[in-house]
Design a protein around this ligand. Sequence first.
Ligand code: ZN
Length: 495
Amino acid sequence: MENQLFIYNTLSRKKEKFEAQHPGRAGLYVCGPTVYGDPHLGHARPAITFDILFRYLRYLGYKVRYVRNITDVGHLVNDADSGEDKIAKKAKLEDLEPMEVVQYYLTRYHKAMEALNILPPSIEPHASGHILEQIQLVKDILNQGYAYESQGSVYFDVEKYDKDHHYGVLSGRNIEDMINTTRELDGQDEKHHAFDFALWKKASPEHIMRWPSPWSDGFPGWHLECTAMSKKYLGETFDIHGGGMDLIFPHHECEIAQSVASLGHEAVRYWMHNNMITVNGQKMGKSLGNFINLSQFFDGSHELLTQAYAPMTIRFFILQAHYRSTVDFSNEALQASEKGLARLLEAYKNIDRLVPHDALDAPSPENIATLSQKCYEAMNDDLNTPIVISYLFEAARIINSAIAGQIKLSEKDITALKQLFDVFLFDLLGIKDELKDGNASYEAFSKAIDMLLELRLQAKHNKDWPTSDKIRNELTALGFEIKDTKDGFEWRLNK
Ligand code: ZN
């Protein structure tokens, strides 16, 4: 069976057969985080989307070089090329070195990504570590005549570029509309047009992150880093560039213009964009109070959350939607995902309890043979993870029917079911059984709590109320919710 991946190319606006530029090797570049705040839900979606692509390309046998950058300079508070650097602003507020801010949030980002079982990329280059390459790129664009210097800053000449090429190919915008809709902003008189974007900015006296350049002591424009670093690590043409849909304009449109202006051709062969996340139907935004950090999901500490959600619940929930659809977070939807995932993991555990029957005696449910083929087809169809998940649920139903004695399975069927979960749920969707592999100490911890509650039951039985109350009160104070039931007790940890 030959697997042929088709991916939706944002540039051509259609699904295309993926053919790597160099046989057996794939180059993937994804815009990474700007590290000036805690990683939140918005970081999880592109990371998970491109983790699936990374895993699947590797599974198909490609040697993948996956580059995901760290924006640690030049991302300004105001996207119109003005305002403070976001990281420098945070550094000033907290009386830290900018690189202390970067390191602090980068460590938190990595921790959250690890919890979500996202494989680390092959290279994670920092913008601040590639100033020389960015200065060279500005020079190249100036030499080609698509940029101009103005009072120590260098701007991309969008109008000139648009005459020779077409500015707006990715986003579908055109320059006439932009002329009509962009206001001339105050303090932008050094630009020829409001839509020209900065390649190099002269630093104002209070700006702390600055480097010498032929034009001024300053810093690179935000769009420049990805063009410079993708070229350095993946070459002048590379396979796939990914990111969130919110980056299509201006960021990726500007990246295309920079590549075409400096190289004379497009650098990217396939552009892929994940859709956005909403919370209770609303766009996420700091001012809306629905900006939920990943750590708040994991410990349930945000006021919109009725409970904590395990990282795998978040991952599974995101994968239950196709990456090009929006995902709406709500407690109800997350709880449904939590239950769904628990059902799949339970079914997987039950595979070991299945007793194989003689093949003659156990006619294969006809769908077992085709389930894995259908899962591959779904992955090949632009990474259609919700369809893969629906087939895993079908497999879980078959396992449960066999456990209940309603159907008989042969050795071959049982092996096929196990393999289906191993390949698709664990290897490709990247789900891990958190209680089992992620957290070996959890089992010991649960047993210790069970033991305490057993002691409390005994104490109650002996009418030793002080001991019984002490155990209950102290566990409650630690955040445990304890419920007495007919056959004993139930507990969970609320944090
Ligand atoms: Zn980028």
